[in-house]
Design a protein around this ligand. Structure first.
Ligand SMILES: C[S@@+](CC[C@H](N)C(=O)[O-])C[C@H]1O[C@@H](n2cnc3c(N)ncnc32)[C@H](O)[C@@H]1O
Length: 363
């Protein structure tokens, strides 16, 4: 029996287009055997990895986006609440970093004292962020970095969406027009509440996440053991702003202090053919990492502004790979807020169906 409190950790920080935990969890619960290993080459915020961990299965997640990797990493560790808070206090006692981001956005987004605390954490994590306690603390801060003001002391920022980072010029106009000053936030108190919510029910430390490009064979070069399951969801064709839309969290992890739309989106969205060819590279790479007979389940759909047929594109990508499609199921409609292509993704066409494509590896 999984303790309901342990499941909380899956929600440590929001991320784009995550699928519901129940999707990988019920598949693995019904069909995976003890000792089987699970792979997600487009792991996002690590929903598949977390489902595997809940069931005591080892897993690997890969993502090109450092924000996704940091959130996933926080979901694979179990330091105690006391360890987390002791480390937070140590970091908060450091001298304030001299370098701070400049510009109007930053004076409106955070109270100066809160920003100094955020900078202390940012600097500390850039020095070291591999221990379980730092991974957990970093995940907690990513979840708290921005969000609505309505529950004071929940988020560190001025009024902002929690799922995606505000666009700077728009946000400044919004705050100024409403006279919204950034609140002074007790960062330790925010962390205390969050640590209690997410890390009270320890789970065995299982699973790993890598920052990398799943189109490249080198990404998997350290992997010695094969996988039995792949449960994944690639970006939908045309959805390329994963990093830009998370630019504040990306900054916190060491990125620039302004939005840039030039980062590597991970896939070639130039045409459906290019995109299918990139997907095929991933399917071929991971086939080499999987046992014969391994099962791969791909959740896929489309976004409204791109008229490519998602299933056609997916079949094309699988055509020249050793993965054979055995079943296609439409994803049952869920409330709009719970669909994988979740509500803040304004481009999503509500008419577009999502599909689960079941494949088997034939050697
Ligand atoms: C639809 S999201 C996955 C969401 C995930 N199922 C979850 O529950 O959070 C697709 C992910 O693929 C990542 N991605 C895109 N291109 C990639 C590549 N070439 N290699 C690895 N990850 C990639 C994106 O950064 C994004 O996080």
């Amino acid at each position: 029996m999984i303790h309901p409190g342990a499941i909380q950790l899956n929600a440590i920080a929001p991320y784009f287009t995550m699928f519901p935990l129940d999707f990988p969890l019920s598949l693995l619960q019904e069909r995976a055997k003890r000792g089987e290993r699970v792979l997600d080459p487009f792991c996002g915020r690590g929903t598949t990895n977390f489902a595997a961990r809940l069931l005591g299965l080892d897993s690997l997640g890969v993502d090109v986006n450092p924000v996704a990797v940091a959130i996933t990493a926080a979901k694979l560790v179990s330091p105690t609440v006391e360890e987390i808070l002791a480390e937070a206090k140590r970091i908060l006692a450091r001298p304030a970093p001299k370098d701070k981001p400049e510009g109007e956005f930053w004076t409106w987004a955070y109270h100066p004292a809160t920003l100094q605390d955020i900078l202390r954490f940012r600097e500390a994590f850039l020095e070291e962020s591999s221990s379980p306690v730092r991974l957990a603390l970093r995940g907690l801060l990513l979840g708290a970095l921005h969000g609505p003001l309505k529950k004071p002391g929940t988020y560190l920022s001025n009024q902002a969406p929690r799922t995606y980072a505000p666009k700077p010029a728009y946000a400044v106009r919004f705050w100024r027009a409403r006279g919204l000053k950034p609140p002074r936030v007790d960062v330790l108190e925010v962390l205390r509440r969050r640590a209690h919510r997410y890390y009270t029910h320890p789970l065995p430390e299982l699973g790993k996440v890598l920052l990398g490009d799943s189109r490249r064979m080198e990404t998997f070069k350290e992997e010695k053991e094969k996988f039995h399951w792949v449960i994944t969801s690639p970006p939908y064709y045309g959805m390329r702003t994963y990093i830009a839309d998370q630019w504040l969290r990306y900054w916190f992890l060491g990125g620039p202090d302004s939005v840039s739309y030039g980062q590597n989106s991970g896939m070639n969205h130039g045409s459906p053919e290019h995109f299918a060819s990139d997907l095929a590279k991933v399917w071929n790479n991971i086939a080499l990492q999987c046992e014969d007979g391994a099962v791969m389940v791909i959740r896929f759909g489309g976004i409204g502004s791109r008229k490519a047929n998602p299933l056609g594109l997916l079949f094309e990508s699988l055509g020249y790979t050793p993965w054979k499609v055995v079943e296609i199921r439409p994803v049952p409609p869920a409330p709009r807020s719970r669909r994988q292509a979740i509500s803040f993704l304004r481009e999503v066409d509500p008419q577009v169906t999502e599909w689960d494509c079941f494949c088997r590896l034939v050697g």
